[in-house]
Write a protein that binds this ligand. Structure first.
Ligand SMILES: NC(=O)c1ccc[n+]([C@@H]2O[C@H](COP(=O)([O-])OP(=O)(O)OC[C@H]3O[C@@H](n4cnc5c(N)ncnc54)[C@H](OP(=O)(O)O)[C@@H]3O)[C@@H](O)[C@H]2O)c1
Length: 434
């Protein structure tokens, strides 16, 4: 089937990530769609200063976005410029030309999204905006489709990665807000003008959008009571800890009699909740449904590649709508054909290991076990033994450096036969990278 032509306007963080994925993941994308996505035109203010990823194929490169919108091969325009002026012109011009639009622009869609959606409808085009909230978390798709059958009672979110990074740094290091902000700016985690992030405005645009999806309402971002994190100090974290809590910039929307309570403000959260464990630049959304109860979504809130995934997934969704529909517009197994595959032999997998023994104690036990491990070229990481245990049924642990499972299994087999073993050793991989 003929490919769908894409025009990308904005080649910054998100535009760059999107192009990388379109180039490097082209085969997988075509396999899932049944046809390729082809980048027909790209645009930024200074396109000559950009290096486009290899493997994209020939494309119009321009500094005039109108040329992208007018390009006859461009069927979907990705607006990845940001702001509410040029971006709005681009989106409107594309929709008026009957071309579908994918955007990552939370500010624009929070302010004018409904109006743009109606414009799209009038011109038979689609408007897709997954990347506009929580870049790496497909929360739009979840609210729009995944749990559409539920009635949402409440939605809580940590929706701004910069302020979450700053709060968790204050929490962990006890450093004051101004010092942590300066460091975040030096490391590129915070903008030179941090107001949108630390004063909660970015988060409130995102909450307005999520509330629309969750509750079917239209909320002006400026109507949401909003308070930033500038006044939260290390002392507040100390007091919060005494109360068994931590502090996060919490976006909250909950149904109540007669309407919705919505707010963006720092809040105390019990340490044993899943939300309190969201640290650094991560985002999370917690949704409470009347029927399906609680669901939780977690991931990177920003970044060229996580946000690029959201943009490319939207491009795929919209592209599907532009080609004749098969019986399943989205195949239930994601791809239309599945390659037969056997799992790799698990023995080849390398992991660090935890081995727990129960033994009848006598001298030379560690030496015997270490000899067996050395024969399999396995290195010991640590030996652990709790004091005051029964010497006739003595538990102790050896942890191993990352080793092939086949070698560990062979060593365990040999160890099992040793006369001091009370029971076969218990072996568990240590999954530190999860
Ligand atoms: N960064 C993230 O992780 C992230 C996450 C989620 C959503 N978003 C949203 O994604 C959008 C883009 O963000 P970004 O971080 O990628 O911004 P960015 O790095 O500043 O990139 C913006 C791009 O737009 C281009 N541009 C600006 N004015 C233009 C014009 N008049 N004509 C053509 N091109 C123009 C710039 O061109 P030059 O480079 O040539 O100057 C640049 O390539 C924003 O709406 C943002 O809120 C970003």
């Amino acid at each position: 089937m003929k490919g769908v032509g894409i025009g990308i306007i904005g080649l910054g963080n998100v535009g760059g990530g999107t192009l990388t994925i379109l180039a490097e993941n082209a085969a997988e994308i075509a396999r899932k769609l049944g046809f390729p996505l082809r980048v027909a035109a790209v645009c930024s203010r200074h396109p000559q200063a950009k290096t486009l990823p290899a493997g994209l194929g020939p494309a119009l490169v321009t500094s005039d976005w109108r040329e992208v919108v007018a390009h006859p091969e461009v069927e979907i325009v990705a607006e990845l410029v940001g702001g509410t002026s040029v971006a709005a012109e681009i989106v409107e011009a594309a929709l008026r030309a009957g071309k579908s639009v994918v955007t990552a622009n939370k500010e624009l869609v929070a302010l004018r999204g409904v109006e743009l959606y109606h414009l799209a409808e009038r011109h038979g085009a689609a408007l897709a905006m997954e990347a506009s909230v929580c870049g790496g978390i497909p929360i739009h798709a979840v609210l729009r489709e995944g749990i559409a059958g539920d009635r949402i009672e409440a939605l809580f979110g940590i929706l701004n990665g910069t302020s979450n990074y700053i709060l968790t740094e204050i929490e962990q290091r006890g450093a004051p807000f101004a010092e942590v902000l300066q460091e975040a700016q030096r490391l590129g985690y915070a903008e030179a003008d941090p107001a949108a992030d630390v004063d909660g405005w970015d988060a409130r645009s995102k909450l307005a959008l999520l509330a629309s999806l969750a509750f079917g309402v239209r909320l002006e971002p400026s109507a949401i009571p909003t308070e930033g994190i500038r006044r939260v100090s290390p002392t507040d974290f100390e007091y919060a800890r005494q109360l068994g809590c931590t502090i996060r910039l919490l976006c909250s929307a909950r149904r109540a009699e007669g309407g919705l309570f919505v707010s963006v403000r720092p809040a105390l959260l019990p340490l044993d909740t899943i939300m309190a464990g969201v640290r650094g630049a991560y985002n999370a959304v917690w949704v409470r449904g009347a029927f399906g109860a609680d669901t939780f979504y977690y991931g990177r809130g920003a970044g060229p590649l996580p946000t690029g995934v959201a943009v490319v997934s939207d491009l795929m969704r919209v592209a599907r709508g532009l080609r004749p529909a098969p019986a399943h517009r989205v195949p239930p197994f994601a791809a239309s054909t599945l390659e037969p595959a056997d799992p790799l032999p698990i023995g080849r997998q390398q992991r660090p290991w935890y081995l727990r023994f129960r033994i009848k104690d006598r001298p030379g036990i560690i030496r015997d076990l270490a000899t067996i491990l050395a024969r399999q070229s396995i290195s010991i990481d640590a030996v652990l033994q709790l004091p005051g245990q029964d010497k006739q049924n003595l538990p102790f642990v050896i942890t191993l450096e990352s080793s092939p499972e086949a070698a560990v299994r062979a060593a365990l087999e040999e160890m099992q036969a040793l006369d001091f073993m009370v029971e076969p050793p218990l072996a568990m991989p240590i999954e530190r990278g999860i």
